[in-house]
Design a protein around this ligand. Structure first.
Ligand code: NAD
Length: 484
C-alpha cells in the first residue's frame, strides 16, 4: 500500500481508526492498483469528530482574527513548500496528470488559505447611527460547527475552499472527502495542526453518502457546504432544511460556451480544450455545449482536431503528459455510455470516442459535432471528456438556447465585439461567466452557480457571508417610551 495513511480519520489533532467501518479501497486510476485501504466512519467516529469540533469552536472563535489568519497563512506556506509531494499524492488519488496537480491543486488550496487568512483580521461588523443618538452595531459571529462534503475531482482544493473561509470566521469543520479520493484532505488536516491550529478545529472523516447524510442531520452542525452532483445536492439541501441550517451548494453543470464568427479562433479552440478536457473533463464548470457560429464551424472543428491530436495521453506521473485517466472505472463507463447515446441519437463523431485499452481508466478526448439541443449529450452532465459542438446563426437564437437548461453554473463567450460580449454575459443565466477565456477560478472571484447548479458562492469576500452571521445590537441612549 504505497499511500497508506496512519489511519482513516483525523480527529482532534490525531489519526484515528475504527476497522468496523465499511472498507474503502483507494485505487490509482492509471493502473487500477489499490494504493490504500481505509474505513468508512462508524457512528462512533462521526460522534467523536463532532464532539471535537464542537468543543474546539468557542476557543478558536475567541482568538483574534489576526491569530486565526496567521495559522491559515502558515498552512498556506507549508502547502506550497510541499507542493510536489502533495501533487504526487493528488495524482495517485485522482489520476490527474502531475502537470496539472503541480499547478492547480495544492497551489489553489494554498491560495484559499492565504486569501482567507489575510481577510480574517478584517472581519468586522459595523456601526449604524440612528436619530436621536441611538445606534446599532453589528457583530460578525461564527456559525459554529460546519460540515464540508467534497467531490472527487479537486480533493485538496475543495478541502481548502471550504475549510479556509470557515476557519477564518471562527468556525470549526468536519470535512468528509469523496470516498473515491479520501487521501489528500488528511494532509490538509495534518498541515493545519503543524501550522498551529488547535486540535479539533479541522477534522477529516471518511465515508460514503450515508456518513455525509448523518453529518448533515446532526443537530450540532450549523452549516453544510457540499460540492457534488445535483441529485446529491437536492438530498443534502432538503436534509439541512429540516434543521434550518445554513448551506452552500456547489453542484453540477452543462455550461454553454459561445464562439462567434469574429472570435480569435485559436483562443476559442484553447478555451474549448481547457473547458472540456482539463482533468479529463471532470470539472463542474466545463463548457460542454460549445455553440459555434455556422460560418466558422468547419474551421473550428478542423483546428480543434489538429490540436487534440497533439495531446499527450498516458502515465500521469510523466510531466509531459497532459491528459490522464478518469477517476474510476465507473466514471469512465458512464462517459463511454454517453458516447454511445450521442452516436445513437445522430450526433457526428469528429474526434476520439473510444476507451484506451489497458488496466487504467483511460479514454480518448471526444468531440461530437452537429449536436442538437434535444440530444442526451447536450442536456445531461457527463463529467468526462466529451464535448458537444452545436451550430447557431444569430445572437438572439444562441442566447436563448444557451440558457435553455436547468443548470446555471458557468457560461462563456468568445467574440471580439466588445458590446456583444457584455450583452451576452448580461443575458447568461449562470453564476460564473467568462469573456474570451474559460474555467479560470481565482480565489479573489466569487465562484458558484445559479438555477439547479447551486446556492451561495465560494471564494472571494462573499464566502465570508456564507460562514458567518450578523448579530444586530440596538443601543438606546434615551429613555424608553411605553404607551402605558
Ligand atoms: P456526488 O454527488 O456523487 O458526491 C459528492 C459527495 O457527496 C461525496 O462525498 C458523497 O459521498 C457525498 N454524498 C452522497 N450522497 C450523500 C447524501 N445523501 N448526504 C450527504 N452526502 C452525500 O458527486 P461526485 O460524483 O463526487 O462529484 C461529481 C459531481 O460534483 C458533478 O456533478 C460535478 O459537477 C459536481 N462538482 C461541482 C463543483 C462546483 O463547485 N460546483 C465542483 C466539483 C464537482
Amino acid at each position: 500500500m504505497k499511500f497508506q495513511p496512519a489511519a482513516s480519520h483525523f480527529i482532534d489533532g490525531a489519526y484515528v481508526e475504527d476497522t468496523n467501518g465499511a472498507p474503502i479501497d483507494v485505487i490509482y486510476p492509471a493502473t487500477g492498483e489499490v494504493i490504500a485501504r481505509l474505513h468508512s466512519a462508524t457512528p462512533e467516529i462521526v460522534n467523536k469528530a463532532l464532539i471535537s469540533a464542537k468543543s474546539a469552536q468557542a476557543e478558536w472563535a475567541a482568538l483574534s482574527g489576526t491569530e486565526r489568519g496567521r495559522v491559515l497563512r502558515r498552512a498556506a506556506d507549508i502547502m506550497r513548500e510541499r507542493n510536489r509531494e502533495l501533487s504526487i499524492l493528488e495524482t495517485h488519488d485522482t489520476g490527474k496528470p502531475l502537470q496539472e496537480t503541480l499547478v492547480a491543486d495544492a497551489t489553489s488550496g494554498a491560495d484559499a488559505l492565504e486569501y482567507f487568512g489575510g481577510l480574517a483580521a478584517s472581519l468586522t461588523g459595523e456601526h449604524i447611527p440612528l436619530g436621536g443618538g441611538d445606534f446599532v452595531y453589528t457583530i460578525r459571529e461564527a456559525l459554529g460547527v460546519c460540515v464540508g462534503i467534497g467531490a472527487w475531482n479537486y480533493p485538496t482544493q475543495i478541502a481548502c475552499w471550504k475549510g479556509a473561509p470557515a476557519l477564518a470566521c471562527g468556525n470549526t469543520m468536519v470535512f468528509k472527502p469523496s470516498e473515491a479520493t479520501p487521501l489528500s484532505a488528511l494532509q490538509v488536516a495534518e498541515i493545519l495542526i503543524e501550522a498551529g491550529a488547535p486540535k479539533g478545529v479541522y477534522n477529516v472523516i471518511q465515508g460514503y453518502g450515508d456518513v455525509g447524510a448523518s453529518l448533515v442531520t446532526d443537530p450540532r452542525v450549523a452549516k453544510v457546504s457540499l460540492t457534488g452532483s445535483v441529485p446529491t445536492g437536492r438530498k443534502v439541501y432538503a436534509a439541512a432544511a429540516d434543521g434550518v441550517k445554513h448551506v452552500t451548494m456547489e453542484l453540477g453543470g452543462k455550461s454553454p460556451m459561445i464562439v462567434f464568427e469574429d472570435a480569435d479562433i485559436e483562443n476559442a479552440v484553447s478555451g474549448a480544450i481547457l473547458g472540456n478536457f482539463y482533468s479529463s473533463g471532470q470539472v463542474c464548470s466545463n463548457g460542454t455545449r460549445v455553440f459555434v457560429q455556422k460560418c466558422i464551424k468547419e474551421a473550428f472543428l478542423n483546428r480543434l482536431s489538429e490540436r487534440l491530436a497533439t495531446a499527450k495521453i498516458g502515465d500521469p506521473l510523466d510531466e509531459e503528459v497532459n491528459f490522464g485517466p478518469l477517476v474510476s472505472e465507473n466514471q469512465m463507463n458512464i462517459a463511454l455510455g454517453y458516447i454511445e447515446k450521442g452516436k445513437a441519437e445522430g450526433a457526428r463523431l469528429v474526434y476520439g470516442g473510444n476507451r484506451i485499452e489497458g488496466d487504467g481508466f483511460f479514454m480518448q478526448p471526444t468531440v461530437f459535432a452537429d449536436v442538437t439541443d434535444d440530444m442526451t449529450i447536450a442536456r445531461e452532465e457527463i463529467f468526462g471528456p466529451v464535448m458537444s459542438v452545436l451550430d447557431f446563426d444569430t445572437e438572439e437564437e444562441v442566447l436563448t438556447r444557451a440558457n435553455n437548461t436547468e443548470f446555471g453554473l458557468a457560461a462563456g463567450v468568445f467574440t471580439n465585439d466588445l458590446t456583444r460580449a457584455h450583452r451576452i454575459v448580461a443575458g447568461f443565466e449562470a453564476g460564473t461567466c467568462y469573456i474570451n477565456t474559460y474555467n479560470l477560478a481565482p480565489v479573489e472571484a466569487p465562484f458558484g452557480g445559479s438555477k439547479m447548479s447551486g446556492v451561495g458562492r465560494e471564494n472571494s469576500k462573499l464566502a465570508i457571508n456564507h460562514f458567518s452571521e450578523m448579530k444586530s445590537v440596538y443601543v438606546s441612549m434615551n429613555d424608553v417610551e411605553a404607551p402605558y
